[in-house]
Write a protein that binds this ligand. Structure first.
Ligand code: TRP
Length: 453
């Protein structure tokens, strides 16, 4: 930033923009980029999936992200309240309620997976993962997640941290910590990706991620998977970014910030892919190994590298921290709504809602072992089913309503002003994407996946 900009805008504005970017990036970058991206891309053919995923980010994700920020900043309220303010007594507010429901569902299983990362962190801290356990990394993982109590304990600890932060109100502290933690995670990912390419699986891994097998485009499921992943990874479709937009000053330019956040989020995922897939092939795994993919691939990488114990320790610490800043944004959507709705204090609300979400997550955790016979949607276990309902249905549906509201339900001049586009060509393109492209694309994906097309 030049002297002149500082002089013109003053220090406060600058600090606001950084705080906003960090909060939004902290929400976006999390387990979705590493754990979820790797296994969903792995199950859906890799490169062809990646292409569709990126197209969806450009045509659907970025326009809707900008719409969420614009709505929140204009309305200065939470996910539900923003619609009540901008369009009183209109049905758009359903998007807000759907968002609060999604926050409950997503955080319930997010806490389970985040708990797994904390367990791995302690494995590198106390010695359990200093060298390959006797049963091997795959069985170590499976034994852990199928045991009834241990994963619940870690889920509880993670949720307690999340609630504690929303409770004590040290979110600002977490955001400040992210100034250091997120770039460190990025650097570590890049180093690990470079190292992973030396392990002997580079050509297969890179081909899997970058050289498309077009035949998978015939699978209707791949479009829904890419759509759900785009919404999940960008924290989109449930008002988390409406809430964050409401904290932003009117002077900031939203389009640039939006492009920056979406680009960073996508880079994290692609680099995670370059780290995971060569190693998957080098150590004889399969990209389609499912939810546990990163948990049994990464330890192999750490085991094979000099100083791997320290790297593993750092990695799982940073991943858990990234998960925490995402979890905070999920909890905040529900907490902000219930504080307003019931007039409870922030502390009481954080405890009650956080506690409920923990309980809601218990079946997802037990579904790995004790309750593994229960499958809900298409053979998916409890955790996968909740993830499917929230990420692939609720979030895109919420996003659809947000796009339709900004494109059709809001005065054109007002939307364009709220987004800082004014009467520019880019603004016209953005509105076109919101009015037609994003809604039609989301509907087509829905139709294709229920077998109507
Ligand atoms: N985007 C986060 C991740 O990739 C998860 C997340 C945080 C989220 N807030 C959200 C997903 C809101 C959907 C909606 O890990």
């Amino acid at each position: 930033m030049s002297q002149r900009d500082l002089g013109q805008n003053g220090r406060e504005q600058w600090a606001t923009k950084i705080g906003f970017m960090l909060a939004a990036m902290g929400s976006a970058v999390g387990l979705g980029n590493i754990w979820r991206f790797s296994y969903v891309a792995g199950e859906n053919g890799g490169a062809a999936f990646l292409l569709i995923y990126i197209a969806m980010i450009l045509l659907i994700g970025i326009p809707i992200m900008l719409a969420e920020f614009s709505i929140g900043r204009r309305a200065q309220s939470d996910a539900v309240g923003s619609f009540e303010t901008l369009a009183p007594k209109k049905p758009w507010v359903v998007a807000g309620f759907l968002g609060v429901a999604s926050a409950f569902i997503i955080l319930s299983f997010y806490g389970v997976i985040a708990g797994w990362t904390m367990k791995y962190f302690t494995g590198y801290l106390t010695g359990g993962l200093w060298s390959e356990p006797g049963e091997g990394y795959v069985d170590y993982f499976v034994n852990f997640i199928t045991s009834p109590l241990q994963p619940l304990l870690w889920q509880f600890i993670f949720m307690a941290l999340t609630v504690g932060i929303v409770f004590v109100g040290v979110k600002k502290g977490i955001e400040k910590a992210n100034v250091i933690l997120m770039p460190t995670l990025a650097i570590l990912l890049i180093i690990l990706a470079g190292y992973s390419l030396t392990l002997g699986g580079a050509s297969e891994g890179l081909a899997f991620l970058f050289s498309p097998d077009w035949s998978v485009l015939a699978e209707p499921g791949i479009y829904l998977a890419a759509l759900g992943q785009a919404f999940f990874s960008l924290s989109l479709g449930m008002g988390a970014l409406i809430t964050y937009g409401s904290y932003l000053s009117k002077k900031e330019q939203l389009p640039g910030a939006t492009a920056g956040i979406a680009t960073m989020d996508t880079l994290f995922a692609v680099i995670a892919g370059i780290m995971i897939f060569p190693a998957v092939f080098a150590f004889g795994g399969e990209p389609s190994d499912g939810v546990g993919l990163v948990f049994f691939t990464l330890p192999n990488i750490f085991e094979s590298m000099p100083g791997g114990v320290i790297v593993g320790l750092a990695f799982f610490f940073l991943l858990a921290a990234a998960a925490l800043s995402s979890a905070i944004s999920l909890l905040e959507v529900a907490v902000a709504y219930f504080i307003r709705k019931f007039g409870w204090t922030r502390k009481k609300t954080a405890l009650i809602i956080g506690g409920l979400i923990f309980l809601l997550g218990v079946p997802s955790s037990l579904g790995q072992g004790l309750l593994s016979d229960i499958s809900i949607i298409g053979g998916r276990d409890i955790l996968d089913s909740l993830d499917f309902i929230a990420s692939n249905i609720f979030l895109p549906l919420g996003g659809l309503m947000i796009a339709l509201f900004a494109g059709w339900g809001w005065k054109k001049a007002e939307v364009l002003e709220a987004s800082n586009f004014g009467s520019s060509t880019l603004g016209a393109i953005w509105l076109f994407l919101l009015k037609f492209v994003a809604p039609v694309a989301i509907l087509l994906v829905f139709l294709a996946s229920i077998g109507i097309l």
